[in-house]
Design a binder for this molecule. Structure first.
Ligand SMILES: [Fe+2]
Length: 243
């Protein structure tokens, strides 16, 4: 598996505290059968992440993972806030693309999903990038389903938080979103090995496999789509929103 959204880089944002924490996250990933993890530090005005340093930091972490015999490779990426994306230059945008490809993990602004997010998807498309919307399930509103369907119609794909499928408070809502064809990939969005959401996805995919209408697409969601995204490729969607 590939985790497309993870704050595994040490000491750059509100994610991993230090190299020990990052290696612990790497061990969690390996234990869950995750071979590749996109490092997606916050590219947002309240985090001072130097985009030009991300590549070197990814390599330093990969060196340590190899030295420890942890069979996980970290790829370059970023979680780009919708409020920050238009300020990024072409080179910066290329550096924060998932796997250094062309897909941008775009974080909606806090609050309900809004028309500005749709405009940023179009903005990225004009610049030759595809958009993966980060965890829209955290942006509740009465018209959330219609808004996500609108983002998909504009060419975006949708990343949901794997752990939410396992929590009593959120599992039912996540199932509804999946049944409505509004989720394409799952990611951990893990921030630490010490607590919070673990770097773990397999159990959430098992839940998806237990939903009749989603089961035929689980292999595409778990393998095909994440691979195409980190390779910077195109994707034919095997299902559409049922909204
Ligand atoms: Fe995140």
């Amino acid at each position: 598996m590939i985790d497309l959204h993870c704050h595994i880089l040490p000491g750059v944002d509100d994610g991993s505290l230090d190299m020990t924490d990052s290696l612990g996250m790497g061990r969690q990933a390996a234990h869950d059968g995750i071979e590749r993890v996109c490092a997606t530090p916050h590219i947002r005005h309240d985090h001072d992440v130097r985009i030009e340093e991300v590549g070197g930091r990814v390599e330093a972490l990969n060196d340590r993972l190899r030295a420890q015999g942890i069979p996980v490779t970290v790829l370059q990426g970023g979680e780009v806030a919708e409020t920050a994306v238009e300020d990024l230059g072409e080179e910066e945008l290329g550096r924060v693309a998932l796997g250094s490809g062309r897909w941008i993990l775009l974080e909606p602004a806090s609050g309900p999903l809004s028309d500005t997010l749709l405009r940023r998807v179009a903005h990225l498309a004009e610049r030759g990038h595809r958009t993966l919307i980060a965890h829209p399930e955290r942006h509740l509103s009465a018209d959330m389903h219609e808004r996500i369907a609108g983002l998909i119609a504009a060419g975006a794909l949708v990343q949901a938080t794997a752990d939410f499928f396992l929590r009593e408070r959120t599992a039912a809502g996540m199932q509804v979103l999946a049944e409505a064809g509004l989720i394409h990939v799952l990611s951990s969005d893990a921030h630490s090995s010490h607590g919070g959401r673990p770097l773990h996805m397999s159990e959430a995919f098992e839940r998806l496999a237990g939903i009749d209408s989603v089961a035929p697409h689980v292999e595409w969601m778990r393998e095909t789509a994440p691979r195409a995204i980190v390779d910077g490729g195109e994707l034919e969607l095997p299902f559409g929103p049922a909204v």
